[in-house]
Design a protein around this ligand. Structure first.
Ligand code: ZN
Length: 117
């Protein structure tokens, strides 16, 4: 358990993030349904356009899901007292990095080293 971190601060930010992610997901879903309806009614968009749009929505939904997983993981580690440690090398993650994004699970060097791996 890290004594240097204000756990309440991070918990508050993570919980807020989780709520806004759930919110986004609902919006994304209703947007997608709306777009599909528009296309059926108007028929103006080509099949290619509609496939591109579909892919964009799916990519956005996937990113949101990944972030949600990270946020849930971070909240879990707050509960267990493991918050703020890199999940790969178990070094402490800098507070600056955590304040920038409270859901990061790895330290800066693992994040850099792990890219593309
Ligand atoms: Zn690390």
């Amino acid at each position: 358990m890290r004594q240097d971190l204000d756990m309440d601060y991070f918990r508050t930010r993570l919980e807020a993030r989780l709520l806004s992610l759930a919110d986004n997901r609902e919006k994304l879903k209703s947007d997608m349904v709306q777009k599909e309806l528009d296309q059926t009614c108007v028929g103006r968009l080509s099949r290619m356009d509609s496939m591109q749009q579909q892919a964009m929505f799916q990519a956005a939904a996937r990113l949101a899901d990944q972030e949600r997983q990270r946020v849930l993981h971070a909240l879990e580690s707050l509960r267990s007292g493991d918050y703020g440690y890199c999940m790969l090398c178990e070094e402490e993650i800098s507070e600056k990095r955590l304040r920038f994004d409270p859901s990061v699970l790895t330290c800066i060097s693992c994040a850099r080293g792990g890219e593309g791996a």
